[in-house]
Structure formats: structure tokens, C-alpha cells
Design a protein around this ligand. Sequence first.
Ligand code: FES
Ligand SMILES: [Fe+2]
Length: 477
Amino acid sequence: MTTVERGKAALSVPYAMTRPDRVPSRRYYDPEFYAMECELLWPRVWQMACRLEEIEKPGDFVEYEILDQSVIVVRVDANTVKAYNNACRHRGVKLVEDRGSCQSGFTCPFHGWCWGLDGANTFLYQPDLFDEANRDPADLGLREVRCETWGGQAFINLDEHAPSLRESIEPFASFHDTWHVEDLRAEWWVSCALPTNWKLAMEAFMEGYHVMETHPQLLPAGGRARNGSAIYKAMGDGPSATQSAQIRAAAAAGTVDSRAFIDMQIHFMQLISDGMAGMTHADDVRIAEGLRDLELPADPMLANVTWRHALNDAVMAWHRGRGENMPDLNFIFDNGLTSGVNYCFPHFFLLPTYSSASSYRIRPTGPETCLFELWSLKRYAPDEEPPRPPRPTPMPPDDPRWPPIPGQDYSNLPKQQKGLHTKGFEYMRLSNQVEGMIGNYHRLIDGYLAGLDYDKLVPAVQQVSGAIDAPLRDLGF
Ligand code: FES
Ligand SMILES: [Fe+2]
């Protein structure tokens, strides 16, 4: 038990992070620790509640559930999305479930009280049966929950005193604004019911260090046999760095064979596209195929820049020709804004690449269970009707329908959750470089569990959210 801050508001945190590179195993199953997360973390954080294509028209709503809380997220008009506690003001019945459309407002299924989309009570049977104090219109309005939109998603926060969404998700937000993620739409959406703590599931996606062993198909030929740290460095940034291993090989040889170089680049694009059933979209792989005969400079670094600019130009031209609002991929590449996997505290990820992306959301459903959702996102032409994927039925982690890469990631997790209980395993030992993100966000959780104020938490959140493979950072507490 450690007190994270010695201020008057500080609470004692069980199994606290006493070293930033060691994570006590009980944080992943101890009931008291889980109860503190439920009470002190989740009610104070911005949470991705739904994608906006789920609520396109006025009256479209979704139910967002986190732990024992149910929130209605509803589109009121073209520019307004609101959220309400999902409970009738009479005797508490949930007003909606799942998702749907209610243009004329919400009606309680029990005694028929009604509310408009703006949350105002519009009807109750025989108000004179109630004492005046219990039919005060000001008291009968639906209780509003903080709701803000960014990047094609609606976020909610159960704390009315929380700082704005934007400052709470930087630098993640600005990074993805450059990618125009607000114009992506879901192509498909699936979910996995995992027998692991929610944090364990997230951490499988917070470092590229596992690629060597878990995703050997992504290694360059002969990569496994080479020096581990060199391979890791080549793999560290995910897919784009996978390709950089090939550039290193070319650099070692001192010259570039254009055809072999381009074949390898397309091969890795295809591996990611097949492995994720999206992420790098099949459209963009096909566009790359059209560039197979490009002549590249002999200098390896110049060859890489020439290839990427040519590919970016071709991808942008094809999508812009269809009327899509493409980001400037050359600006992104030239400024190094290409990190393939990016985390937004506490439970959301975006993985942008070329014209498309993947996205994850991970929610606790118990101390040792969680729901992992995965979206594949792409851009649609103005004259195309994007699909509205149904809310997914959770699949088990070993379901054969998983695309290869998440299937490989999920395969480790049940074994890891069991291993954490083993006597003699007291804490994880993290690399202070490439696994630093894990140590960073755990210490941020301790800040919430200690009851720190937002003036301490917001700068820390901004140290935590962003590109994976981050080193340990000073959070200021
Ligand atoms: S509980 Fe909703 S109207 Fe009575
Ligand atoms: Fe992985």
C-alpha cells in the first residue's frame, strides 16, 4: 500500500507502482484494486462511447455501458450529440438498450413517461397523482452526461468537473487530425470476450517487442536468427518499421535493386492488409501494385523516400479522384508522423496507415474479463453509402474467424492472466525503453486512484497518450 501523493486529497493505493518499470501482478486480479478502478478511475475519464456513423440522423441513439453505468448517446441535430444517464426519472427503468432511432424522443416502457431528444420531460400520465415536488419539470429532465465529439467518435465523461475532451486526449488528437481520421467510416466491427484483466489486453498492443515471437510472419527473411535488439529496433514502430528492416538490409548492401525493394514493400503492405483484414486497405495495396516497375535511386535512403513519395502520390491521387478528403501523406511521411499504433488513455487506440486505419476499444467486464472491440476504418466516396456494421456479438479469443494478427495477440492473453496468479511471480519487469508506455499509464492510474486533481492528471495524461513503444516518462508525481 503506497500513498502516491502526500497531499490532503491523496488516498492510499494498494499494489501501487513503487518502481516505474515493475508492475505488481495483483493489479490484474486483486478485487480491491479493481473496485478502486471502478470507483476512482472510470468515473473521471473521457471514454470513447461510439463512432458517429452509428448515430448519423437526429434521434439515432446508442447505449454505452461501462461497469454498472449505462449512458444514452443521442444525435439531437446535425451539430449536436448529447448523452444522458440511461434511467427513467420516475422509478429508474432503463429507457433504451443497444441502439436504435427515436426521432420523437424517449418513452419509458413502464408507465410511459416521455422525454424529448433535448432531455426535457414532455409527458407523464396524470401528474396530479404526484406531489408537486415530484413533478417539477426542472427535476424531471434526463440527467445529462458530459459528451464531446472528436475524430469521428463521441466521448463521454461521467464527471461534470472534468477538463475538456481536447486537452485530455492530446497529443493523440492533433496527431490524428493531420491524418483526417474524422472522415474514416467503419467497414467492419468485431469484438472479443477475453478472460483477462482489461489492462493486460491493452498492453499486448502497447509495444512492438512481441513481434519477434508472436508475429514471426512479419519478420524480414532470416530476421529471427539475427541479433534480437537490432531486429527489435527494426520492428519497433510496427508495420512501417517492418519495412525499415528491408531498408537496413539494402543499406548494408550499399545499393538498391529497385524491383526487389518494391516487391518487399508491397509484400509487407499485403501482410499487414491480410493480417488485419484491413488496416492497410486492399485498395492501397492494389495502388502499390501499379508501381512495381518504378525505377529507384541506388542510394538506399533516397530509394526509400522516392518510393514512399511515389506511393503516397498514387494513393492520394486515387482517393482524391473519388472525392475523398485525403490527408497529405507526404507531409505526414516527411514530418515523421507515421507511428502505426497510437494509444489514447484510458482504453482507445487508432492505427492509421495510408488511406485507412484500425481502431481498438477495451472495456473491463470484471476483474479478470474484458471486452476487446476492433474496427476496420476506411474512407468512402461522397456518392457511396458506408455500411452501418451491426453491434458485434463477442467471439472467443481462439475463434478461427480472427484475422491472423489479432488472433496471434489474443492467443497469449489467457495464458498470461493465469501466469500472473502463479506463486513467485510478483511483478512484471518492463523494458524502460520500449515497454515504458505500460509503466507510464499504470502510474497515471495510481494518480487517479490516489484522488489527484486534474491539474496534476491532465499533464500526465499528455505524457501517456500517443505512439506506442514509448520510453518511461516523468509524469510529475
Ligand atoms: S418507471 Fe418509467 S415511467 Fe415509471
Ligand atoms: Fe501484436
